[in-house]
Ligand binder design. Structure first.
Ligand code: UT7
Length: 377
């Protein structure tokens, strides 16, 4: 069998019609537009309407992706839905979506917090390069609002509901997914979790009284994890693809906090305008965040056939995942050829990055100290 590659051939999104601004939230919790905007970059988010569920939103995004790829649901070999907010504990939301779309293939849900869709894309890539499947629908969808405590200002202002989908197809022309990295650090699990509702602590009257069925997050801890992870995972994955950070045409990071994205741009030494940002309009849509940003980047013409794109998401688990890919197919990195100018540049950039990473790691405790001190003022 000749070498196979996985490329994205279709895309679609579904965002609920209900727009909720920071000022709207200031009417229900002690917060302000100024605090939310300066600390996170979020101005508004979408929250589901009465008829939206994770399955219906996934199916709507999926239908749009199938239409844009020019295929029908019957052509699909597999459906993967990344979500941490399924309609039911059982059955899997992916089976509901398979039925709603009229597909006749396998379907499963993948849970990896906000990193879920990037994990799912990496999984689809493996099914394709192994020769198992040719056409896979990869969806990221969340109705995260149902899991939020709407009396807790430290979490409820951050998230939003959305779904986005891509069709991933096999090709024998080089391109598509070039490199992946999947990561997990379960020692940080309690930094972002839902205390009750699982088998350790099923729902009881106490759960409801103490609001333990809702998401809890140690924001500063997750912030530090994100800052440590985003640029470093992107860098490793870019190098694995034989590229340097300068070669990437567009970065699509998880939209959790604009400050995290700005820090990553500085650490990678690439201009911020190479990072796609739509957190201002949607907040953190968890597993839908990266695919939603990717779909909008394509719709706005910021991501075109042949472009190199680097994706990275991080979240509950704690997990992270990065994918470097080329939209469509075509010539890949000059760094792949052993004696080229591209390779010399690649080695120089890699060496200087390694030195800089060591210096930055040594400075991290000082940065944390200064950050905490500034917040106390
Ligand atoms: O997708 C999963 C990954 N999630 C993330 O990546 C989130 C990472 N974390 C963050 O983005 C930030 O930590 C947050 C945006 C969640 C919080 O920002 P922060 O600058 O780390 O604030 P903080 O939690 O240290 O809180 C600072 C102050 C506190 O008040 P005191 O104790 O200093 O008086 C909070 O109570 O800000 C207060 N605060 C708020 N004030 C107004 C927290 N939330 C709010 C709010 N409105 N919504």
């Amino acid at each position: 069998m000749s070498q196979r590659y996985a490329k994205i051939t279709g895309w679609g999104k579904y965002v609920p019609a209900r727009v909720v601004t920071n000022d709207d939230l200031a009417k229900i919790v002690d917060t302000s537009d100024e605090w939310i905007t300066t600390r996170t970059g979020i101005r508004e988010r979408r929250l589901r309407t009465e008829n939206d569920t994770t399955a219906t939103m996934s199916a709507a995004a999926g239908r749009e992706a199938l239409a844009s790829a020019g295929i029908s649901a019957r052509d699909l070999d597999l459906i993967i839905v990344a979500s941490s907010s399924p309609d039911y504990l059982l059955p899997s939301v992916a089976s509901q979506v398979q039925d709603m779309l009229g597909a006749s293939c396998g379907a499963f849900t993948l849970v990896a917090g906000c990193a879920g869709w990037v994990y799912a894309l990496a999984t689809a890539n493996q099914f394709i390069i192994a020769g198992t499947y040719n056409r896979i629908l990869v969806i990221g969808a969340e109705v995260i609002s149902f899991a939020l405590d709407w009396t807790d200002r430290t979490t409820c202002v951050l998230f939003g509901d959305a779904a986005a989908a891509t069709v991933v197809e096999a090709t024998d022309e080089p391109g598509g997914v070039l490199a992946i990295e999947l990561g997990s650090d379960g020692s940080g699990a309690m930094a972002l979790y839902v205390p009750d509702g699982g088998c350790v602590s099923p729902i009881t009257q106490r759960t409801v009284d103490e609001r333990r069925q809702y998401l809890r997050m140690n924001g500063p801890e997750v912030f530090k994890f994100a800052v440590r992870t985003l640029a470093s995972s992107l860098k490793r994955t870019i190098y694995q693809a034989g590229l340097t950070p300068d070669d990437i045409d567009l970065y699509i990071p998880h939209q959790a906090n604009a400050r995290i994205i700005e820090t990553a741009a500085r650490q990678l030494r690439v201009p911020l305008d190479k990072f796609y940002i739509n957190i201002d309009r949607y907040g953190n849509t968890s597993a839908a965040s990266v695919p939603l940003a990717m779909v909008e980047a394509i719709e706005e013409g910021r991501l075109k056939e042949g472009d190199l794109v680097a994706l990275c998401a991080f979240g509950a688990g704690l997990t992270w995942a990065s994918v470097v890919m080329q939209m469509g197919t075509g010539e890949i990195s000059p760094a792949h050829s052993l004696f080229s100018l591209g390779r010399a540049r690649y080695l120089a950039r890699r060496t200087s990055d390694a030195l800089l990473d060591t210096a930055q790691a040594a400075m991290l405790p000082l940065y944390s100290f200064l950050y905490e001190r500034r917040k106390k003022k």
